[in-house]
Design a binder for this molecule. Sequence first.
Ligand SMILES: C[S@@+](CC[C@H](N)C(=O)[O-])C[C@H]1O[C@@H](n2cnc3c(N)ncnc32)[C@H](O)[C@@H]1O
Length: 305
Amino acid sequence: MTNKDINNQNGVNSIWTDILGNNQQPDDKALLAHLRNIHQNNAGFTERCASTCRDKAGRNSYEWLAEIVPDIKGTRVLDLACGSGPLLKILYDRNKNLRLKGVDMCPEELALAKARLPDSAVDLFELKAQNLTTIDDNSIDVVLCHWALTLMDPITPVLNEVRRILSSGGRFAALINGPMDVAPGYRDVHNLIYEYVQTKLPKYGEIDLGDPRIRSTDSLEHLLSEAFPDAKINIDTSVVSLEGPVAKVAETTAGFFYASFILPPEIRKIMLSKLSDLLVISKQTKDIEGQGHFSMPINRLVVTK
Ligand SMILES: C[S@@+](CC[C@H](N)C(=O)[O-])C[C@H]1O[C@@H](n2cnc3c(N)ncnc32)[C@H](O)[C@@H]1O
């Protein structure tokens, strides 16, 4: 039986979930193995979810983050944890004269990025964000990171690497979760998904992926001001939303929660049905063709070195 079959039957099982199941704190190796497991079997899932959610101005979160990159010929940009490459593609389509690089630890994600971008347009590297060995000091003008900073632990070596590779006056911009209550209904969605996940792993939530300091604005600002002592730090909050057939909206919504990947199919099915009940726009429409709505808070963090 392949790894994929095992996941299909039981939800994702990894060293990380085993350790959590024993009520212990998983280490960084377990975290990487868990993320690898999810991404090698579901490459491209973040893009499928995130590209469909839009803010009031009609932008998805990739487009909002990409606005940080100036349209200046030769600007050197690194997409940290680039995944399947949607952000690099937006930048390449916008301006062929940017100098683009992408790194990710997952070869299956990088293969998708490589397939959509000409070899000459982007340099892609399989690297961990904690150790960007092939990227020279002061060689990047903008480091971008979309939906990945919250997964990284230890985080301090990542921030130190970003500081090392950024040129003077360079910018580090990351898209991360925003404050829960900014988006109506988001906390209920979060709580519902974690309720189901906790039937399998009671500690999931109390212990989560990545460094918890990235999840609150205060601790994040503190962490950043330690890593970038003289830098200007700015955090903007926004909300992105999605509407469509409610079953589809529920599937996409669940994709934003790594925790949902551990659910065995039969529990996942029940969870998705409850999630549809929560997301349906009109309670009058009982059939699965009813329309659903999901809103999510996002933060765009910008550090200017
Ligand atoms: C949620 S996905 C985001 C992918 C892409 N940035 C996007 O938004 O479509 C997280 C990505 O982070 C990568 N990742 C997680 N931890 C990493 C680390 N320590 N070093 C490098 N890549 C990492 C994963 O392989 C995955 O591709």
